[in-house]
Design a protein around this ligand. Structure first.
Ligand code: V47
Length: 373
C-alpha cells in the first residue's frame, strides 16, 4: 500500500480513508515526514509563517464540563473570573503596544451573561482599536448564542460581524466521531453543528480554521474520519485556511490519568494531517502546545506555520503546558531559521505584514506559488 500512497502523494492525488488509517497506524515516522514534506513544500515552499497576536479569554465560567478541559470554572470557584470592559480595553492597548495584528478571543459559556455581553466584548475591542483583526468564538459559542437568543446561526454571525468579527478560530472540534465525542464532551454542540456553523461562516465570507484534539482516548480511525469530514467541507466551501492539530494536555483535567502524547505522536499526527488534507493550504504547529523544539522539527514534517507571539494563553497553561506564555519575534525567527526555513510574518488572512517595530501595515496576499523554491 505504501507504494500506491507514495505515487499518489507525488502526483498530488487524494488519499482514501483506508490509506489514511494505514499511514497513521503503520508508516514509519521518517517516511511520513518525507511524504508530508513533499506536500508542504509544494504548497508553501521554504516559508514558515508566524503572526503577532494576543489572546483574550474573557471568562472561564462555563456551563459545560468537558472532560479534557482544565480551564473552565463554576461561578463560585476561587479561580472563576470575568473581564470587565476596562479589562478588555487594557488587553487591547497591550496588544497595540506589542504590535499585535490579531486578537484571538475564546472563553467559557457563562450562564449569567446574555448574548449582548458577548457582542459587547467584540464592540469594545473594535472601539479601542480599528485595526486589530478580531478572530473570535468557536461554533460551540455560536451555537450557545443561537440557543440563548433563539435566532439562527446566520443572524448571530451577522450581529458579530457588524460589531467587528473578522474570522473564526478552529476550536471546539475535538474529535467528531460520536464514539469519542460522547465520552469527552457529551453535552457540547455536535459535530454536525460544528460543520454546519463553519459552512455558514464560509458562506458569509468569513475565513475559519479547524482543529482536532488528539492523544487521549481516540484511535487512528477516529482521527482519519475527523480529517475526512474537514476535507469534505473544504471541497464544498474552500473557506478553511489552516488546520491545527491540538495535542491533549492531561494535567488538572477529568482525564488526568492519560499519558500525554509523545513528540513522535505529535510529529506523526502533523504529517498525516498534511497528507490527508491536500485541499488545506496550511498546517499549523502550535508551538505553545507542542513546545518550541517539537514545533521546530514539525516544520520538516508537514507544518508551515507556528502561530504567533501568543501572550496570555490560558487554556493550555491551565492544563499543564510548561511553554512560556509568549515568545519574542527574535526568538520565533531563530526557531524557524534553525529549522532551515524562511520566517514570514503574516496577518490572520495570510497577507504579508510590513513592520517597523510596533507599527505595521498589511501587504499583498502571500500566494503559495509565489513562495515555491
Ligand atoms: O477547542 C482544551 C483545546 C481548543 C485542552 O484557530 C485542549 O488559530 C489540549 O482551538 N489539552 C481551543 N487541548 C484552542 C484552539 C486554537 C488554538 C490555537 C490556534 C487556533 C486557531 C485555535 O483547545 C479547544 C480544545 O480542543 N483544549 N483543553 C487540553 N487540556
Amino acid at each position: 500500500m505504501l507504494d500506491t500512497i507514495t505515487n499518489k502523494v507525488e502526483a498530488g492525488e487524494r488519499l482514501s480513508f483506508e490509506e489514511g488509517v494505514f499511514l497513521d497506524e503503520q508508516a514509519d515516522l521518517l517516511t511520513l515526514g518525507r511524504l508530508a514534506n513533499i506536500v508542504r513544500e509544494r504548497k508553501n515552499g521554504n516559508i514558515a509563517y508566524y503572526n503577532t497576536n494576543i489572546h483574550l479569554n474573557p471568562t472561564n465560567v462555563c456551563v459545560y464540563r468537558c472532560k479534557f478541559c482544565a480551564f473552565r470554572a463554576d461561578l463560585r470557584d476561587e479561580k472563576a473570573y470575568t473581564f470587565t470592559d476596562d479589562m478588555i480595553r487594557q488587553r487591547v492597548l497591550e496588544a497595540q503596544q506589542s504590535g499585535a495584528t490579531e486578537i484571538h478571543v475564546v472563553g467559557g459559556l457563562h450562564h449569567q451573561k446574555p448574548f449582548e455581553w458577548y457582542l459587547d466584548v467584540i464592540r469594545v475591542i473594535r472601539e479601542t482599536s480599528a485595526e486589530l483583526h478580531i478572530k473570535a468564538w468557536t461554533p460551540v459559542e455560536i451555537h450557545w448564542f443561537s440557543y440563548m437568543t433563539k435566532k439562527p446561526y446566520r443572524w448571530v454571525f451577522e450581529q458579530m460581524m457588524e460589531a467587528g468579527l473578522g474570522s473564526m478560530p478552529g476550536g471546539g472540534a475535538e474529535i467528531f466521531h460520536p464514539e469519542v465525542r460522547d465520552k469527552i464532551c457529551e453535552h457540547k454542540s455536535s459535530a454536525e453543528n460544528w460543520i454546519e456553523i463553519h459552512r455558514i461562516a464560509h458562506d458569509l465570507g468569513l475565513r475559519t480554521n479547524a482543529t482536532m484534539l488528539y492523544g487521549h482516548i481516540e484511535q487512528a480511525r477516529h482521527r482519519i474520519d475527523h480529517l475526512c469530514q474537514l476535507r469534505e467541507l473544504q471541497d464544498e466551501t474552500g473557506g478553511f485556511q489552516t488546520f491545527i492539530p491540538l495535542s491533549f494536555h492531561p494535567e488538572n483535567t477529568g482525564m488526568a490519568d492519560i499519558q500525554q502524547a509523545s513528540g513522535l505522536m505529535d510529529l506523526r499526527t502533523i504529517a498525516v494531517a498534511r497528507l490527508m488534507l491536500e485541499n488545506f493550504d496550511h498546517i499549523k504547529a502550535y508551538w505553545i502546545m507542542l513546545g518550541e523544539q517539537t514545533a521546530q522539527v514539525a516544520l520538516g514534517f508537514g507544518a508551515d506555520d507556528i502561530d504567533g507571539t501568543v501572550v496570555h494563553e490560558l487554556i493550555y497553561h491551565d492544563a499543564g503546558a510548561e511553554t512560556p506564555e509568549g515568545l519574542t519575534v527574535e526568538q520565533l525567527h531563530r526557531l524557524i531559521r534553525e529549522a532551515g526555513r524562511e520566517p514570514i510574518e503574516r496577518d490572520t488572512l495570510y497577507r504579508r505584514v510590513h513592520r517597523d517595530g510596533a507599527k505595521w501595515s498589511i501587504g499583498e496576499p502571500i500566494l503559495a506559488d509565489a513562495v515555491t523554491s
